[in-house]
Design a protein around this ligand. Structure first.
Ligand code: AHR
Length: 532
Protein backbone atom coordinates (compact mmCIF):
# COMPACT_ATOMS: atom_id res chain seq x y z
CA UNK A 1 0.00 0.00 0.00
CA UNK A 2 1.17 3.47 -0.78
CA UNK A 3 1.11 5.04 2.64
CA UNK A 4 2.37 8.31 1.22
CA UNK A 5 0.11 8.38 -1.81
CA UNK A 6 -2.36 11.21 -1.23
CA UNK A 7 -4.57 9.91 -4.03
CA UNK A 8 -5.30 6.68 -2.29
CA UNK A 9 -5.46 8.24 1.13
CA UNK A 10 -7.85 10.77 -0.39
CA UNK A 11 -9.93 7.94 -1.77
CA UNK A 12 -10.54 6.48 1.63
CA UNK A 13 -11.35 9.88 3.09
CA UNK A 14 -13.32 11.54 0.34
CA UNK A 15 -14.73 8.88 -1.96
CA UNK A 16 -14.16 8.10 -5.60
CA UNK A 17 -14.48 11.48 -7.27
CA UNK A 18 -12.21 13.27 -4.88
CA UNK A 19 -9.61 10.54 -5.14
CA UNK A 20 -9.61 10.45 -8.88
CA UNK A 21 -9.43 14.22 -8.96
CA UNK A 22 -6.34 14.61 -6.78
CA UNK A 23 -3.68 16.11 -8.95
CA UNK A 24 -1.08 18.72 -9.39
CA UNK A 25 -0.55 17.56 -12.95
CA UNK A 26 2.34 19.03 -14.88
CA UNK A 27 1.34 21.80 -17.21
CA UNK A 28 0.63 20.52 -20.68
CA UNK A 29 2.49 22.26 -23.41
CA UNK A 30 0.59 22.51 -26.68
CA UNK A 31 3.72 21.79 -28.69
CA UNK A 32 5.30 19.11 -26.56
CA UNK A 33 2.24 17.66 -24.91
CA UNK A 34 4.26 17.43 -21.75
CA UNK A 35 6.36 19.88 -19.82
CA UNK A 36 8.54 19.74 -16.77
CA UNK A 37 7.13 20.92 -13.48
CA UNK A 38 10.43 22.38 -12.33
CA UNK A 39 8.90 25.63 -11.16
CA UNK A 40 6.48 23.73 -8.97
CA UNK A 41 9.29 22.11 -7.12
CA UNK A 42 10.79 24.86 -5.04
CA UNK A 43 12.46 23.89 -1.84
CA UNK A 44 15.10 25.19 0.44
CA UNK A 45 17.95 22.69 0.42
CA UNK A 46 20.61 22.54 3.10
CA UNK A 47 23.27 25.02 2.11
CA UNK A 48 26.36 23.10 3.23
CA UNK A 49 29.00 22.45 0.60
CA UNK A 50 31.10 19.84 2.33
CA UNK A 51 30.44 16.54 4.04
CA UNK A 52 32.65 14.40 6.23
CA UNK A 53 34.49 11.51 4.57
CA UNK A 54 32.64 8.27 4.32
CA UNK A 55 33.93 4.73 4.41
CA UNK A 56 32.94 1.75 2.29
CA UNK A 57 34.63 -1.48 3.34
CA UNK A 58 34.17 -4.68 1.37
CA UNK A 59 35.17 -8.19 2.29
CA UNK A 60 34.52 -10.48 -0.65
CA UNK A 61 34.00 -13.41 1.72
CA UNK A 62 31.07 -11.55 3.25
CA UNK A 63 28.34 -12.32 0.78
CA UNK A 64 24.71 -11.57 1.51
CA UNK A 65 23.38 -13.91 -1.14
CA UNK A 66 22.35 -14.28 -4.74
CA UNK A 67 20.31 -11.56 -6.42
CA UNK A 68 17.26 -12.84 -8.28
CA UNK A 69 17.06 -11.11 -11.65
CA UNK A 70 13.31 -10.97 -11.17
CA UNK A 71 13.88 -7.86 -9.03
CA UNK A 72 14.42 -5.98 -12.29
CA UNK A 73 10.79 -6.38 -13.29
CA UNK A 74 8.21 -3.82 -14.33
CA UNK A 75 4.50 -3.41 -14.79
CA UNK A 76 2.01 -2.25 -17.43
CA UNK A 77 -1.61 -1.57 -16.57
CA UNK A 78 -4.68 -0.90 -18.68
CA UNK A 79 -4.70 2.69 -17.48
CA UNK A 80 -4.37 6.08 -19.16
CA UNK A 81 -1.80 6.04 -21.96
CA UNK A 82 0.24 3.13 -20.65
CA UNK A 83 -0.96 0.50 -23.11
CA UNK A 84 -2.89 2.50 -25.74
CA UNK A 85 -0.62 5.23 -27.07
CA UNK A 86 2.36 3.86 -25.16
CA UNK A 87 3.00 0.17 -25.61
CA UNK A 88 0.43 -0.45 -28.32
CA UNK A 89 -0.50 1.99 -31.06
CA UNK A 90 -1.71 0.26 -34.24
CA UNK A 91 -1.60 2.62 -37.19
CA UNK A 92 1.18 4.77 -35.77
CA UNK A 93 4.14 5.15 -38.14
CA UNK A 94 6.27 4.27 -35.10
CA UNK A 95 4.58 0.90 -34.63
CA UNK A 96 5.45 -2.43 -36.16
CA UNK A 97 3.03 -4.48 -38.25
CA UNK A 98 1.45 -5.89 -35.08
CA UNK A 99 0.82 -2.48 -33.55
CA UNK A 100 3.60 -2.35 -30.95
CA UNK A 101 5.57 0.88 -30.74
CA UNK A 102 9.06 -0.01 -31.89
CA UNK A 103 10.78 2.97 -30.25
CA UNK A 104 9.21 2.00 -26.94
CA UNK A 105 10.34 -1.59 -27.32
CA UNK A 106 13.89 -0.42 -27.99
CA UNK A 107 13.81 1.72 -24.84
CA UNK A 108 12.43 -1.17 -22.78
CA UNK A 109 15.07 -3.53 -24.11
CA UNK A 110 17.69 -1.06 -22.89
CA UNK A 111 16.37 -1.56 -19.36
CA UNK A 112 16.78 -5.35 -19.62
CA UNK A 113 13.69 -5.95 -17.55
CA UNK A 114 13.17 -9.53 -16.46
CA UNK A 115 9.46 -9.71 -15.62
CA UNK A 116 6.40 -7.81 -16.85
CA UNK A 117 3.26 -7.65 -14.73
CA UNK A 118 -0.19 -7.06 -16.29
CA UNK A 119 -3.17 -6.20 -16.50
CA UNK A 120 -3.22 -4.31 -13.17
CA UNK A 121 -3.17 -2.99 -10.57
CA UNK A 122 -6.61 -1.83 -9.68
CA UNK A 123 -7.75 -2.56 -13.22
CA UNK A 124 -7.28 -6.29 -12.63
CA UNK A 125 -10.06 -6.41 -10.05
CA UNK A 126 -12.72 -5.60 -12.65
CA UNK A 127 -11.18 -7.23 -15.71
CA UNK A 128 -12.85 -10.07 -17.58
CA UNK A 129 -10.01 -11.58 -19.60
CA UNK A 130 -12.48 -13.36 -21.89
CA UNK A 131 -13.46 -9.96 -23.36
CA UNK A 132 -9.90 -9.51 -24.62
CA UNK A 133 -9.35 -12.57 -26.81
CA UNK A 134 -10.36 -13.59 -30.32
CA UNK A 135 -11.16 -11.42 -33.36
CA UNK A 136 -10.61 -7.79 -32.50
CA UNK A 137 -13.81 -6.56 -34.11
CA UNK A 138 -15.82 -8.85 -31.85
CA UNK A 139 -14.25 -7.66 -28.60
CA UNK A 140 -16.59 -5.55 -26.48
CA UNK A 141 -15.45 -2.19 -25.16
CA UNK A 142 -16.09 -2.05 -21.41
CA UNK A 143 -16.24 0.65 -18.79
CA UNK A 144 -13.39 0.31 -16.32
CA UNK A 145 -14.70 1.46 -12.95
CA UNK A 146 -11.24 1.43 -11.37
CA UNK A 147 -9.85 4.20 -13.56
CA UNK A 148 -13.10 5.61 -14.90
CA UNK A 149 -12.39 5.08 -18.58
CA UNK A 150 -13.30 2.82 -21.48
CA UNK A 151 -11.19 -0.24 -22.12
CA UNK A 152 -11.42 -1.17 -25.80
CA UNK A 153 -10.16 -4.70 -25.11
CA UNK A 154 -7.96 -4.52 -28.20
CA UNK A 155 -4.94 -5.36 -26.07
CA UNK A 156 -5.69 -8.62 -24.31
CA UNK A 157 -3.95 -11.79 -23.19
CA UNK A 158 -2.49 -12.75 -26.58
CA UNK A 159 -1.25 -9.22 -27.24
CA UNK A 160 0.35 -9.08 -23.79
CA UNK A 161 2.02 -12.46 -24.11
CA UNK A 162 3.21 -11.67 -27.63
CA UNK A 163 4.72 -8.48 -26.23
CA UNK A 164 6.56 -10.50 -23.58
CA UNK A 165 7.87 -12.80 -26.30
CA UNK A 166 9.12 -9.84 -28.30
CA UNK A 167 10.79 -8.31 -25.27
CA UNK A 168 11.99 -11.69 -23.99
CA UNK A 169 10.63 -11.05 -20.54
CA UNK A 170 8.75 -13.33 -18.20
CA UNK A 171 5.01 -12.58 -18.03
CA UNK A 172 3.30 -12.14 -14.68
CA UNK A 173 -0.52 -12.10 -14.72
CA UNK A 174 -2.73 -10.86 -11.88
CA UNK A 175 -6.12 -12.54 -11.69
CA UNK A 176 -9.36 -10.79 -10.87
CA UNK A 177 -10.37 -11.41 -7.27
CA UNK A 178 -12.80 -8.48 -7.30
CA UNK A 179 -15.62 -9.13 -9.78
CA UNK A 180 -14.04 -12.38 -10.99
CA UNK A 181 -14.48 -15.99 -9.99
CA UNK A 182 -12.05 -18.80 -9.30
CA UNK A 183 -13.39 -20.59 -12.37
CA UNK A 184 -12.47 -17.60 -14.55
CA UNK A 185 -9.00 -17.59 -13.03
CA UNK A 186 -8.58 -21.30 -13.67
CA UNK A 187 -9.88 -20.88 -17.23
CA UNK A 188 -7.28 -18.16 -17.77
CA UNK A 189 -4.55 -20.57 -16.66
CA UNK A 190 -5.94 -23.17 -19.03
CA UNK A 191 -6.06 -20.66 -21.90
CA UNK A 192 -2.42 -19.69 -21.35
CA UNK A 193 -0.89 -23.01 -20.36
CA UNK A 194 -3.28 -25.83 -21.22
CA UNK A 195 -1.83 -28.72 -23.21
CA UNK A 196 -4.86 -31.02 -23.45
CA UNK A 197 -7.75 -31.10 -25.87
CA UNK A 198 -9.87 -28.81 -23.70
CA UNK A 199 -12.07 -25.81 -24.45
CA UNK A 200 -9.88 -22.90 -23.35
CA UNK A 201 -6.62 -24.44 -24.58
CA UNK A 202 -8.36 -24.93 -27.91
CA UNK A 203 -9.51 -21.30 -27.90
CA UNK A 204 -5.88 -20.27 -27.58
CA UNK A 205 -4.97 -22.53 -30.50
CA UNK A 206 -7.85 -21.11 -32.51
CA UNK A 207 -6.56 -17.61 -31.76
CA UNK A 208 -3.23 -18.47 -33.31
CA UNK A 209 -1.02 -19.75 -30.51
CA UNK A 210 -0.65 -23.51 -30.78
CA UNK A 211 1.99 -23.94 -28.09
CA UNK A 212 1.19 -23.20 -24.45
CA UNK A 213 2.55 -19.88 -23.26
CA UNK A 214 3.81 -21.47 -20.03
CA UNK A 215 3.05 -18.44 -17.86
CA UNK A 216 4.53 -19.26 -14.47
CA UNK A 217 3.97 -16.14 -12.38
CA UNK A 218 0.41 -15.42 -11.26
CA UNK A 219 -0.88 -12.91 -8.74
CA UNK A 220 -3.85 -13.74 -6.53
CA UNK A 221 -5.62 -10.38 -6.79
CA UNK A 222 -4.39 -6.85 -6.23
CA UNK A 223 -4.46 -4.62 -3.12
CA UNK A 224 -7.74 -6.17 -2.01
CA UNK A 225 -7.24 -4.65 1.45
CA UNK A 226 -7.91 -1.11 0.14
CA UNK A 227 -11.14 0.84 -0.08
CA UNK A 228 -10.16 1.91 -3.60
CA UNK A 229 -10.15 -1.69 -4.81
CA UNK A 230 -13.12 -3.33 -6.52
CA UNK A 231 -14.06 -6.14 -4.15
CA UNK A 232 -12.28 -5.01 -1.00
CA UNK A 233 -11.92 -7.81 1.54
CA UNK A 234 -10.57 -8.31 5.01
CA UNK A 235 -7.61 -10.61 5.59
CA UNK A 236 -9.75 -13.49 6.74
CA UNK A 237 -11.98 -13.49 3.66
CA UNK A 238 -9.09 -12.84 1.33
CA UNK A 239 -7.02 -15.73 2.60
CA UNK A 240 -9.97 -18.09 2.48
CA UNK A 241 -10.81 -17.08 -1.11
CA UNK A 242 -7.21 -16.92 -2.28
CA UNK A 243 -6.61 -20.46 -1.04
CA UNK A 244 -9.46 -21.75 -3.19
CA UNK A 245 -8.29 -19.76 -6.23
CA UNK A 246 -4.75 -21.01 -5.72
CA UNK A 247 -5.80 -24.65 -5.39
CA UNK A 248 -7.87 -24.59 -8.54
CA UNK A 249 -5.24 -22.68 -10.52
CA UNK A 250 -2.55 -25.14 -9.42
CA UNK A 251 -4.77 -28.06 -10.30
CA UNK A 252 -4.82 -26.67 -13.82
CA UNK A 253 -1.04 -26.26 -13.82
CA UNK A 254 1.03 -27.37 -10.82
CA UNK A 255 4.10 -25.47 -12.02
CA UNK A 256 2.58 -22.03 -11.28
CA UNK A 257 4.34 -19.70 -8.87
CA UNK A 258 1.79 -17.69 -6.95
CA UNK A 259 1.93 -14.24 -5.37
CA UNK A 260 -0.46 -13.48 -2.52
CA UNK A 261 -1.52 -9.94 -1.68
CA UNK A 262 0.47 -8.59 1.23
CA UNK A 263 0.09 -5.28 3.02
CA UNK A 264 2.13 -3.17 5.37
CA UNK A 265 -0.06 -4.38 8.23
CA UNK A 266 1.40 -7.19 10.31
CA UNK A 267 -2.07 -8.55 11.11
CA UNK A 268 -2.91 -8.85 7.43
CA UNK A 269 0.36 -10.50 6.53
CA UNK A 270 0.27 -12.99 9.41
CA UNK A 271 -3.24 -14.10 8.51
CA UNK A 272 -2.43 -14.44 4.79
CA UNK A 273 0.80 -16.30 5.41
CA UNK A 274 -0.68 -18.67 7.97
CA UNK A 275 -3.45 -19.62 5.58
CA UNK A 276 -1.53 -19.73 2.31
CA UNK A 277 2.00 -20.66 3.17
CA UNK A 278 1.82 -24.14 1.65
CA UNK A 279 0.64 -22.92 -1.71
CA UNK A 280 2.19 -19.53 -2.42
CA UNK A 281 5.73 -18.61 -3.36
CA UNK A 282 5.59 -14.87 -2.71
CA UNK A 283 3.76 -12.28 -0.67
CA UNK A 284 3.55 -8.80 -2.15
CA UNK A 285 4.29 -5.35 -0.83
CA UNK A 286 3.49 -2.13 -2.69
CA UNK A 287 5.19 1.14 -1.96
CA UNK A 288 4.86 4.56 -3.52
CA UNK A 289 6.81 7.42 -1.99
CA UNK A 290 7.84 10.91 -2.85
CA UNK A 291 8.26 14.47 -1.74
CA UNK A 292 9.46 17.79 -3.08
CA UNK A 293 11.83 17.84 -0.14
CA UNK A 294 15.04 15.82 -0.36
CA UNK A 295 15.22 14.85 3.31
CA UNK A 296 11.65 13.61 3.24
CA UNK A 297 12.06 11.72 0.00
CA UNK A 298 15.21 9.98 1.20
CA UNK A 299 13.60 9.28 4.56
CA UNK A 300 10.88 7.60 2.56
CA UNK A 301 13.45 5.22 1.06
CA UNK A 302 14.40 4.25 4.61
CA UNK A 303 10.74 3.79 5.37
CA UNK A 304 10.38 1.47 2.35
CA UNK A 305 13.35 -0.49 3.68
CA UNK A 306 11.68 -0.70 7.11
CA UNK A 307 8.46 -1.99 5.55
CA UNK A 308 10.33 -4.69 3.65
CA UNK A 309 12.28 -5.69 6.75
CA UNK A 310 9.07 -5.84 8.77
CA UNK A 311 7.51 -8.16 6.18
CA UNK A 312 10.67 -10.24 6.16
CA UNK A 313 10.32 -10.53 9.94
CA UNK A 314 6.70 -11.59 9.66
CA UNK A 315 7.60 -14.28 7.12
CA UNK A 316 10.36 -15.53 9.43
CA UNK A 317 8.02 -15.57 12.42
CA UNK A 318 5.30 -17.50 10.61
CA UNK A 319 7.70 -19.94 8.98
CA UNK A 320 9.55 -20.62 12.23
CA UNK A 321 6.55 -22.56 13.52
CA UNK A 322 6.23 -24.72 10.42
CA UNK A 323 8.01 -27.74 9.05
CA UNK A 324 10.95 -26.71 6.90
CA UNK A 325 9.97 -25.76 3.38
CA UNK A 326 11.11 -23.43 0.68
CA UNK A 327 10.90 -19.91 2.10
CA UNK A 328 8.25 -17.48 0.98
CA UNK A 329 9.81 -14.51 -0.78
CA UNK A 330 8.74 -10.87 -0.98
CA UNK A 331 7.37 -9.57 -4.28
CA UNK A 332 7.69 -5.78 -4.25
CA UNK A 333 5.54 -5.84 -7.33
CA UNK A 334 4.66 -2.14 -7.33
CA UNK A 335 7.23 0.40 -6.27
CA UNK A 336 8.04 3.91 -7.37
CA UNK A 337 7.64 7.60 -6.63
CA UNK A 338 4.04 8.74 -6.97
CA UNK A 339 2.67 11.82 -5.28
CA UNK A 340 2.08 14.48 -7.91
CA UNK A 341 -0.23 13.08 -10.53
CA UNK A 342 -3.84 12.00 -10.46
CA UNK A 343 -6.49 10.31 -12.54
CA UNK A 344 -9.32 12.70 -13.25
CA UNK A 345 -12.06 11.07 -15.31
CA UNK A 346 -11.88 12.38 -18.86
CA UNK A 347 -8.18 13.15 -18.69
CA UNK A 348 -6.27 10.66 -20.84
CA UNK A 349 -2.98 11.70 -19.22
CA UNK A 350 -3.58 9.75 -16.03
CA UNK A 351 -0.80 9.28 -13.49
CA UNK A 352 1.75 10.92 -15.78
CA UNK A 353 4.30 11.65 -13.12
CA UNK A 354 7.22 13.84 -14.17
CA UNK A 355 10.37 12.61 -12.49
CA UNK A 356 13.33 14.72 -11.43
CA UNK A 357 16.86 13.90 -10.36
CA UNK A 358 15.78 13.52 -6.72
CA UNK A 359 13.38 10.78 -7.77
CA UNK A 360 16.15 9.05 -9.70
CA UNK A 361 18.26 8.97 -6.52
CA UNK A 362 15.29 7.50 -4.65
CA UNK A 363 14.96 4.79 -7.32
CA UNK A 364 18.67 4.02 -6.98
CA UNK A 365 18.24 3.79 -3.20
CA UNK A 366 15.33 1.38 -3.66
CA UNK A 367 17.42 -0.83 -5.94
CA UNK A 368 20.20 -0.75 -3.34
CA UNK A 369 17.67 -1.98 -0.80
CA UNK A 370 16.64 -4.86 -3.06
CA UNK A 371 20.29 -5.82 -3.47
CA UNK A 372 20.92 -5.71 0.28
CA UNK A 373 17.73 -7.73 0.91
CA UNK A 374 18.36 -10.16 -1.93
CA UNK A 375 17.61 -13.19 0.21
CA UNK A 376 14.02 -12.12 0.79
CA UNK A 377 13.11 -9.71 -2.03
CA UNK A 378 13.08 -12.05 -5.02
CA UNK A 379 10.67 -10.26 -7.32
CA UNK A 380 10.04 -6.55 -7.86
CA UNK A 381 8.19 -4.50 -10.46
CA UNK A 382 8.91 -0.85 -11.06
CA UNK A 383 5.43 0.64 -11.38
CA UNK A 384 4.98 1.33 -14.14
CA UNK A 385 6.82 1.27 -17.48
CA UNK A 386 5.30 3.55 -20.13
CA UNK A 387 3.55 6.91 -19.63
CA UNK A 388 1.87 5.95 -16.33
CA UNK A 389 4.34 6.48 -13.43
CA UNK A 390 6.93 5.64 -16.00
CA UNK A 391 10.57 5.87 -17.01
CA UNK A 392 9.45 6.08 -20.67
CA UNK A 393 7.12 8.85 -21.89
CA UNK A 394 5.70 8.94 -25.39
CA UNK A 395 3.96 11.35 -27.66
CA UNK A 396 2.84 10.73 -31.22
CA UNK A 397 6.24 11.42 -32.69
CA UNK A 398 8.67 9.94 -30.24
CA UNK A 399 9.61 9.33 -26.64
CA UNK A 400 11.66 10.76 -23.83
CA UNK A 401 13.48 8.82 -21.15
CA UNK A 402 12.76 10.19 -17.71
CA UNK A 403 15.42 10.54 -15.02
CA UNK A 404 14.42 7.29 -13.31
CA UNK A 405 15.19 5.34 -16.48
CA UNK A 406 18.91 5.66 -15.89
CA UNK A 407 19.42 4.15 -12.42
CA UNK A 408 17.27 1.19 -13.42
CA UNK A 409 19.30 0.75 -16.61
CA UNK A 410 22.60 0.81 -14.72
CA UNK A 411 21.58 -1.65 -12.02
CA UNK A 412 19.85 -4.05 -14.37
CA UNK A 413 22.73 -4.05 -16.85
CA UNK A 414 25.81 -3.81 -14.66
CA UNK A 415 25.12 -5.28 -11.21
CA UNK A 416 26.65 -8.64 -10.41
CA UNK A 417 24.51 -11.57 -9.30
CA UNK A 418 25.99 -11.75 -5.79
CA UNK A 419 25.34 -9.04 -3.18
CA UNK A 420 28.20 -8.21 -0.83
CA UNK A 421 27.73 -7.09 2.75
CA UNK A 422 29.32 -3.64 2.52
CA UNK A 423 30.21 -1.82 5.68
CA UNK A 424 29.26 1.83 5.17
CA UNK A 425 30.02 4.77 7.41
CA UNK A 426 28.43 8.02 6.41
CA UNK A 427 26.92 11.10 7.96
CA UNK A 428 23.16 11.07 7.98
CA UNK A 429 20.47 13.63 7.28
CA UNK A 430 19.91 15.83 10.35
CA UNK A 431 17.79 14.06 12.95
CA UNK A 432 17.51 10.93 10.76
CA UNK A 433 20.36 8.61 11.80
CA UNK A 434 19.01 5.73 9.76
CA UNK A 435 19.03 7.79 6.55
CA UNK A 436 22.68 8.33 5.59
CA UNK A 437 23.71 10.73 2.87
CA UNK A 438 25.64 7.96 1.18
CA UNK A 439 23.62 4.90 0.23
CA UNK A 440 25.46 1.90 -1.16
CA UNK A 441 25.15 -1.53 -2.65
CA UNK A 442 28.01 -3.72 -3.78
CA UNK A 443 27.77 -6.75 -6.02
CA UNK A 444 30.14 -9.24 -7.55
CA UNK A 445 29.86 -12.38 -9.66
CA UNK A 446 30.13 -16.05 -8.67
CA UNK A 447 33.91 -16.07 -9.00
CA UNK A 448 34.55 -12.66 -7.40
CA UNK A 449 36.05 -11.40 -10.64
CA UNK A 450 34.08 -8.17 -10.89
CA UNK A 451 32.93 -5.47 -8.50
CA UNK A 452 29.97 -3.21 -9.20
CA UNK A 453 29.71 -0.52 -6.57
CA UNK A 454 26.61 1.67 -6.60
CA UNK A 455 27.17 4.88 -4.63
CA UNK A 456 24.25 7.26 -4.16
CA UNK A 457 25.25 10.63 -2.75
CA UNK A 458 21.92 12.00 -1.58
CA UNK A 459 23.38 15.17 -0.12
CA UNK A 460 21.71 18.10 -1.88
CA UNK A 461 24.80 20.26 -2.06
CA UNK A 462 27.96 18.53 -0.83
CA UNK A 463 30.42 16.20 -2.52
CA UNK A 464 31.34 13.21 -0.35
CA UNK A 465 34.90 11.89 -0.27
CA UNK A 466 34.75 8.13 0.20
CA UNK A 467 37.52 5.85 1.40
CA UNK A 468 36.99 2.52 -0.34
CA UNK A 469 38.72 -0.52 1.11
CA UNK A 470 38.49 -4.13 0.03
CA UNK A 471 39.58 -7.57 1.16
CA UNK A 472 39.68 -10.58 -1.15
CA UNK A 473 39.68 -8.57 -4.35
CA UNK A 474 42.39 -6.58 -6.08
CA UNK A 475 40.87 -4.32 -8.71
CA UNK A 476 42.51 -3.26 -11.91
CA UNK A 477 43.54 0.37 -11.60
CA UNK A 478 41.29 1.39 -14.44
CA UNK A 479 37.59 0.71 -14.61
CA UNK A 480 34.30 2.09 -15.83
CA UNK A 481 32.40 4.83 -14.06
CA UNK A 482 28.77 5.71 -14.80
CA UNK A 483 27.25 8.83 -13.35
CA UNK A 484 23.65 10.00 -13.20
CA UNK A 485 23.56 13.64 -12.20
CA UNK A 486 22.20 17.01 -13.22
CA UNK A 487 22.32 20.71 -12.50
CA UNK A 488 20.16 20.32 -9.41
CA UNK A 489 17.73 17.91 -7.79
CA UNK A 490 14.70 19.40 -9.48
CA UNK A 491 15.92 18.96 -13.02
CA UNK A 492 13.80 16.80 -15.33
CA UNK A 493 14.02 15.47 -18.89
CA UNK A 494 11.49 16.88 -21.33
CA UNK A 495 10.83 16.50 -25.04
CA UNK A 496 12.52 19.88 -25.47
CA UNK A 497 15.47 19.00 -23.22
CA UNK A 498 15.64 15.22 -23.13
CA UNK A 499 19.20 14.85 -21.90
CA UNK A 500 19.34 16.94 -18.73
CA UNK A 501 19.80 13.74 -16.73
CA UNK A 502 21.37 10.74 -18.38
CA UNK A 503 23.95 8.08 -17.46
CA UNK A 504 27.36 9.40 -18.45
CA UNK A 505 30.11 6.87 -18.96
CA UNK A 506 33.76 7.60 -18.26
CA UNK A 507 36.91 5.83 -17.12
CA UNK A 508 38.06 5.75 -13.53
CA UNK A 509 41.74 5.36 -12.81
CA UNK A 510 43.66 4.86 -9.60
CA UNK A 511 41.46 2.10 -8.22
CA UNK A 512 43.25 -0.14 -5.73
CA UNK A 513 42.56 -2.25 -2.67
CA UNK A 514 42.39 1.05 -0.82
CA UNK A 515 41.60 4.22 -2.65
CA UNK A 516 39.77 7.46 -2.23
CA UNK A 517 36.96 8.47 -4.49
CA UNK A 518 34.73 11.54 -4.45
CA UNK A 519 31.00 11.23 -5.04
CA UNK A 520 29.62 14.50 -6.40
CA UNK A 521 26.61 16.09 -4.73
CA UNK A 522 23.22 14.64 -5.69
CA UNK A 523 24.59 11.86 -7.86
CA UNK A 524 24.42 8.16 -8.49
CA UNK A 525 27.74 6.67 -9.46
CA UNK A 526 28.20 3.07 -10.50
CA UNK A 527 31.80 1.87 -10.52
CA UNK A 528 32.56 -1.30 -12.42
CA UNK A 529 35.97 -2.77 -11.61
CA UNK A 530 37.51 -6.02 -12.81
CA UNK A 531 39.83 -8.20 -10.75
CA UNK A 532 43.49 -7.50 -11.57
O1 AHR B 1 0.16 1.77 -10.24
C1 AHR B 1 -1.00 2.50 -10.03
C2 AHR B 1 -1.94 1.84 -9.02
O2 AHR B 1 -1.37 1.87 -7.75
C3 AHR B 1 -2.22 0.38 -9.25
O3 AHR B 1 -3.26 0.20 -10.15
C4 AHR B 1 -2.64 -0.09 -7.88
O4 AHR B 1 -2.33 -1.42 -7.65
C5 AHR B 1 -1.91 0.84 -6.95
O5 AHR B 1 -2.78 1.41 -6.03
Amino acid sequence: MAVQNPGRRGFLKNGVTAALGVATLPLLSPTLGWAAPGTLEMEQEAAGKSAASSLVKLDFDRRIGEIDRNIYGSFIEELGRCIYGGVYDPGSPLSDSEGYREDVMRAIKGLRISVLRWPGGNFASGYNWKDGIGPKNKRPPRWDPAWQEVDSNQFGTDEFLRYCEKLQVQPYITVNMGTGTMQEAADWVEYCNGTENTYWANQRRKNGHLAPYKVKLWGLGNEVYGGWEIGQMDARNYSADALQYAKLMKWMDPTLRLVAVGDTSVNWDVRVLEQLTEIIDYISLHHYGGSLNTEKEMRDATYFHDQLRALEGVITAVMANRPPRKPIAIAADEWNIWFRSGAQPGNPHKLEEIYNLRDALWVASALNIFHRMCNSVRLACLAQLVNVLAPIMTNRTGLVLQTIYYPFLLYSNYAGNIALDALVRSDAFPGMPSTPYLDVSATTDDANRKLTLALVNRHPTADIPVNIEMEGFRPQATGTLFEVNGANLNVTNTFAEPHNVIAKRSTISGAARRFRHTCPAHSLQVLVLDQA
